[in-house]
Design a protein around this ligand. Structure first.
Ligand SMILES: Cc1ncc(COP(=O)(O)O)c(C=O)c1O
Length: 477
């Protein structure tokens, strides 16, 4: 081909894609170290390719590798499993596998010596144990982060019922970092209180912002107990409980490796166990109880908090899932997600309507060192009006792109992003018996909700590129 012909030949879409990918690899050379995840994706997650599905909801739920399912099925088919905690062989078999999984979880987080692993149904179940059992009273205090999942926010109801005051630490409205100065002031503000609990997420489930783990020690040095909600953090980052020692850590395993659902855990520091007040007892949690007399003795270990029969058929798969992640390495997953997210942020932020108005606003700081692979944004038309999130979701659904929209169970973050103030909320909640976001939008005339995409271990360049092209299609030409 002559040089002139070459110049005049239009660049095909495929060539353009390749050029962009090359440009991406040049910009993020560390991405190359993660390339074997592409082979893993083909082998273990074949349906993504087969169904031409772009999955961008990893913070909602991870996807499971085929092999994990097969391994688990093989285990279930290979033995007789009975209800744990008996001496019959079927029971012992199940008990052994649950104990193995428990040990493995502790080992994975380097928590063998100092923590109990309490199996729960999910992260919310773990958070509820803390809410129910923490010794809240008039002399205690609950400090929350405005960036918190509702399953953490809900703990304030346990506190309030026991006349314990609570307070939120605000976020910087632009970066969505916790306001460090306000946090320091809040932590210093209750020297006389006895049981003080500070609850915050290691990573926001909405903005992807990572709140510094150094806040754990900072709070503990001022006499606080710390509840670290790690549900959105641990799927793509390393949590080493030798470095930080929050009293409580909560998570759901389906968010780390996709399968099984129905199992989460509370990692509880051993030295806090006797500090907690369990409001009831159930099967499995006691050494002895009586019916003709109001007497019971609670167990002295993690089982004190595992009400009834644990999910003994699924729990053994937790060890397999963690082994799967260990083989890949969380650092590797983090590198991949970070490169893809950073590329996407930079490309999306450049999108403009022809009149120069921006197409979308990504909420929160862009510096990738403090954020994971979750981005939250609003789309705007050329006159600067927000395009409702449900329209974006609908358009994505039509293209087989799985994203999530709404408020993501994190009202504090949404209120911050959309400038919904306490006065708006007070009026709304006090003027009706029930309501929802859509009605609230009508009444307060404030925007609620946004669009979230979240990346995970087998996200690839094609996924983020597809979302970029999808977003670009909203540019009005
Ligand atoms: C940060 C965070 N905390 C808690 C939860 C609650 O998890 P689950 O619904 O599995 O109980 C979620 C779920 O998305 C989350 O992202």
């Amino acid at each position: 081909m002559s040089l002139l012909n070459f110049i005049l030949t239009p660049v095909t879409r495929e060539q353009e894609d390749k050029m962009l990918y090359r440009e991406f690899c040049k910009q993020f050379p560390e991405y190359r170290s993660t390339l074997h995840l592409d082979a893993l994706r083909q082998k273990e997650y074949p349906l993504l390719q087969k169904n031409q599905h772009t999955y961008l909801d990893f913070t909602g739920a991870n996807l499971f590798p085929r092999n994990l399912l097969q391994q688990h099925l093989q285990l279930l088919n290979s033995g007789i499993f009975g209800n744990p905690h008996s001496t019959n062989p079927a029971s012992l078999h199940a008990t052994q596998l649950v104990d193995d999984a428990r040990k493995y979880v502790l080992q994975y987080f380097h928590a063998e010596d100092d923590y109990y692993c309490i199996f729960t149904a999910n992260a919310s179940g773990a958070l509820k144990i803390v809410g129910e059992c923490y010794p809240f009273n008039e002399e205690s205090f609950l400090l929350l982060s405005l960036d918190n999942h509702n399953s953490v926010n809900g703990i304030r109801e346990f506190a309030a019922q026991k006349k314990c005051a609570f307070q939120y630490t605000p976020l910087h409205s632009e970066t969505l970092y916790l306001d460090k100065e306000a946090l320091q002031n809040n932590l210093a503000a209750h020297p006389g209180k006895k049981n003080k609990l500070f609850a915050f997420p290691a990573q926001s489930n909405v903005s992807g912002i990572k709140h510094p783990l150094s806040y754990i020690t900072m709070a503990q040095e001022k006499g606080w107990h710390v509840l670290l909600d790690a549900a959105a953090f641990v799927p793509t980052d390393v949590l080493d409980l030798r470095d930080v020692k929050p009293e409580f850590v909560t998570m759901s395993f389906y968010k780390i490796f996709g399968y099984p659902t129905g199992v989460g855990c509370l990692l509880m520091r051993k030295d806090i166990l006797t500090h907690l007040q369990k409001p009831w007892y159930a099967g499995g949690t006691i050494t002895l109880s009586a019916a003709n007399y109001r007497g019971h003795f609670l167990k002295d270990n993690e089982e004190r908090f595992e009400d009834g029969t644990v999910n003994y058929l699924n729990i053994p798969a937790i060890k397999m899932g963690l082994q799967f992640i260990e083989k890949i390495g969380v650092e590797m997953i983090k590198t991949r997600v970070t490169c893809l997210a950073q590329w996407l942020i930079s490309k999306l932020s450049q999108l403009r309507h022809p009149n120069g108005n921006t197409l979308l606003k990504i909420f929160g700081a862009e510096a990738i060192t403090h954020r994971g692979g979750t981005l939250v944004m609003n789309f705007y038309n050329s006159s600067g009006t927000v395009i409702p999130f449900w329209k974006i979701e609908q358009a994505a659904n039509e293209q087989n792109i799985s994203i999530r929209t709404g408020c993501f169970c994190n009202p504090g973050l949404d209120e911050t992003n959309n400038r919904v103030y306490p006065g708006d909320l007070e009026y709304y909640f006090n003027s009706r018996e029930k309501g929802d976001y859509f009605e609230m939008i009508e009444v307060t005339k404030k925007i609620r909700g946004s669009v979230r995409i979240s990346l995970g271990m087998v996200s690839n360049f094609a996924d983020v590129y597809r979302f970029y092209a999808f977003a670009k299609s909203f540019v009005i030409s």
